[in-house]
Ligand binder design. Structure first.
Ligand code: IPE
Ligand code: IPE
Ligand code: MG
Length: 222
């Protein structure tokens, strides 16, 4: 089971409380840590969290740099706990343009957790679905491949071994994909929850799994 989450609504959560947007992000990161625990508990094999999109660079630099620091600190602070819980961490996104501290932590966390087996946590960071597809196409061209089928194409995605999401869940009430995993979500079940990400709780995750079990997936068949 692969659950991919668009963690949305941190800014509005903060605004409603008269707090700065970054406070919402801080709470959002705390929630992300909890969700990894809940997911492991509920026997979810793969959890993907959308943490920073290629379009999020449009935000004020103050917020962007806060999100970079949050990513670095999130990993540094939580890595030993994550390892104890058997969490293998993979990062997916475009490396070009990211600060060195982010790249260093990216490589370090993947190496440190590569043998963990309970759950795989993929963090989409500086991730855009279109960018991922274009990066794949350009690598394919460089490799001189002239004829591409789905199987070949998949090998050029950022994380080729990550199965397609069964569920894409978005919080905050927005009902859009915002450039998330465009190739991989062809047949994912979409679930939208009208709560800001810092308010997301374990019951919401359970609800998503139950809702998923009620859906009839046909993959184009009958
Ligand atoms: C999601 O919360 C986190 C990121 C995109 C980094 P937002 O920051 O998008 O919060 P809203 O949507 O403005 O409320
Ligand atoms: C999607 O949320 C990106 C992440 C959660 C990291 P956004 O808040 O950036 O998406 P839009 O702008 O509402 O589409
Ligand atoms: Mg948002």
């Amino acid at each position: 089971m692969h659950v991919a989450i668009i963690m949305d609504g941190n800014g509005r959560w903060a605004k409603e409380r008269g707090l700065p947007r970054i406070e919402g992000h801080r709470r959002g990161a705390e929630k992300a840590e909890k969700v990894v625990e809940w997911a492991a508990d509920l026997n979810i094999d793969y959890l993907t969290l959308y943490a920073f999109s290629t379009e999020n660079w449009k935000r004020p630099w103050e917020e962007v740099s806060f999100l970079f620091n949050l990513f670095v600190n999130f990993i540094k602070k939580r890595i030993s706990r994550m390892k104890e819980e058997g969490v293998k961490i993979k990062i997916m996104g475009r490396r070009d343009g990211l600060p060195k501290e982010v790249i260093d932590v990216w490589d370090w966390v993947e190496e440190e957790t590569k043998n963990e087996k309970k759950i795989t946590l993929a963090i989409a960071f500086n991730y855009g679905g279109r960018t991922e597809i274009l990066d794949a196409i350009n690598k394919i061209i460089k490799d001189g491949i002239k004829d591409v089928d789905e199987e070949t194409f998949r090998k050029y995605l950022y994380l080729p071994d990550l199965p397609d999401p069964d569920i894409v869940l978005r919080t905050s009430g927005e009902m859009r994909i915002s450039n998330f995993l465009l190739w991989q979500i062809a047949y994912s079940e979409l679930i939208f929850i009208k709560k800001y990400w810092p308010d997301f709780d374990k019951e919401d995750l359970k609800f998503a799994l139950e809702e998923f079990s009620r859906r009839q997936r046909r993959f184009g068949g009958i």
